[in-house]
Design a binder for this molecule. Structure first.
Ligand code: G3H
Length: 486
């Protein structure tokens, strides 16, 4: 693909390209098929995008921030209707680029479309609620929610469409202008949407940059003209980018970052249910979800039975290309990931864990079969590092207070899955856990959705809150016009 979107223009690119490789196999090898290429934009293109977004915001060139609510909604509706026509193309590219299976790729597309419609409705509600006069001591105020300014948005590879749009769509509808750079993997799938962006939004309101994050993002941040940094990814990148801003403390941040969500299986848990939910929770999309279960704590009384059933179920998962029937495991887009996971496995084995499932750790090119590691301990890398891949560390426990202490010591704080049946035991535990994390999932896997629910984290897991409703607040500020009745 040769075009990119800056200042309302779909530009032909004459410079260097970045080649994009497919994750999947056409031969025996994975991740070696050239799928396409994107313009490798540099600093001057980044600054042009910034200029365009800044002008569109400050000078009302595109009238976006000051546009009537109903007109902004019309633009968003126009966009989503055009986007819906690109479903097959976007889904195909998502499968090829990041290896997400057909069913999940379709779900991601449909969920995103629904997210846009829900956001439009939530925006209407918010506007109705806020467009009322407030009076106090003879002073009247019309308090509304207004945009913040220019948003730099960087998306992740694992939910390239849905999580990215969970940032861009609320940012846009609130009247901000946006510069967006997709992740390295999952970038081609935006090309069928470029025209829809161009046709629906005024010039400069949305700019889409291709290229390396470390080339295009720093000049934008260093300019000091960005008002919001919105990013789903890792905290190292987030902090490094924030630090580039000359006034970093006045920057609004919306970050979705790492997590190490635990699954806790109490002695009275329904084991069939716990096994099913933990397999899905730990290994959907090969464990490449920030919400994945990344460590399981199993009560000593039931650990043998749980491990046996869990290992069997993991070994029964089917591996293949993403469009094949009932495929659960697919190749990993990051070619370097299997070597990293292998290091975690080797470290755990050297410190006393064993692989519990027969196929655990089998490797071909950029695929690695999920390994269930038991017993893990605090000195192991897999205990401390987010694997973001198909490894399932399991740790036994005898007293629930051990887990409470570990959650309290963890640098992450997103959510937990709790499996058990006794309400007297569960109730005080839930009360405590919900104040340490942000979501307790009772007898079910951890997840972000439904997208109307708040999605956030404590500690190093997030800054700000996403969800259809919360994101509108995250990308806006309360403003008002007042007058006195003299
Ligand atoms: O990577 C993190 C995603 O937000 C996970 O979303 O829980 O809907 O799979 P999900």
């Amino acid at each position: 693909q040769e075009t990119y979107l800056i200042d309302g223009e779909l530009r032909e690119w004459k410079g260097e390209f970045t080649d994009i490789y497919s994750t999947i196999s056409s031969t025996e090898k994975y991740a070696h098929t050239l799928l396409g290429s994107v313009p490798s934009l540099g600093e001057s293109d980044a600054l042009e995008a910034l200029h365009s977004a800044t002008e569109a915001y400050n000078k009302g060139k595109g009238l976006w921030p000051t546009m009537k609510v109903k007109d902004r909604i019309s633009a968003m509706l126009k966009f989503v209707k055009q986007m819906e026509k690109q479903r097959d193309e976007v889904v195909k590219l998502m499968m090829w680029e990041i290896g997400k299976n057909l069913d999940d790729s379709r779900k991601e597309f449909d969920r995103t479309v629904e997210y846009i419609y829900d956001t439009i409705n939530a925006y209407k509600e918010l506007d109705n609620e806020s467009s009322k006069f407030v009076r106090r001591d003879g002073v009247y105020a019309l308090i509304r929610r207004g945009p913040l300014g220019v948003v730099l948005c960087l998306g992740p590879y694992n939910y390239p469409l849905n999580e990215t749009f969970a940032l861009i769509i609320p940012a846009l509808i609130m009247g901000n202008t946006v510069i967006f750079k997709p992740a390295k993997h999952g970038v081609l799938l935006f090309t069928p949407l470029l025209e829809a962006f161009q046709n629906s939004f005024p010039r400069g309101v949305i700019n889409i940059l291709y290229g390396r994050g470390r080339t295009v993002a720093p000049p934008i941040m260093q300019s000091g003209k960005v008002d919001v940094l919105a990013l789903i990814g890792n905290s190292k990148t987030a902090i490094a980018l924030q630090d580039q801003h000359p006034k970093k403390n006045r920057l609004r941040l919306v970050f979705g970052l790492e997590a190490k969500n635990p699954g806790v299986i109490l002695p009275d848990a329904n084991l069939d249910l716990a096994v099913d939910e933990c397999v899905k929770g730990a290994l959907s999309f090969n464990g490449q979800r920030c919400t994945a279960l990344k460590i399981l704590y199993v009560h000593a009384k039931i650990k043998d039975e749980f491990l046996k059933r869990f290992a069997e179920k993991v070994d029964a998962l089917k591996f293949g290309n993403p469009w094949e029937e009932k495929v659960a495991l697919t190749p990993l887009p990051e070619v370097e990931k299997p070597a990293f996971l292998q290091e975690l496995i080797d470290d755990a084995l050297a410190k006393g864990a064993t692989i519990q499932n027969k196929k655990g750790g089998e490797r071909t090119d950029n695929f690695i079969f999920p390994a269930v590691l038991y017993p893990v301990s605090k000195d192991m890398r897999v205990y401390n590092e987010e694997q973001f891949g198909p490894l399932v560390p399991v740790k036994p426990f005898s007293n629930i207070n051990e887990i409470i202490d570990e959650i309290s010591d963890s640098k992450y704080g997103q959510q937990i899955s709790l499996f058990g049946e006794d309400p007297h035991e569960l109730s005080p535990l839930i009360d405590m856990l919900v104040n340490m994390l942000c979501r307790v999932n009772l007898n079910s896997l951890c997840q972000r959705g439904p997208d109307v629910f708040p999605f956030t984290g404590r500690k190093d897991s997030a800054v700000g809150t996403l969800s259809v409703h919360d994101a509108l607040r995250s990308f806006s500020i309360r403003t008002f016009v007042s007058f006195q009745n003299n």
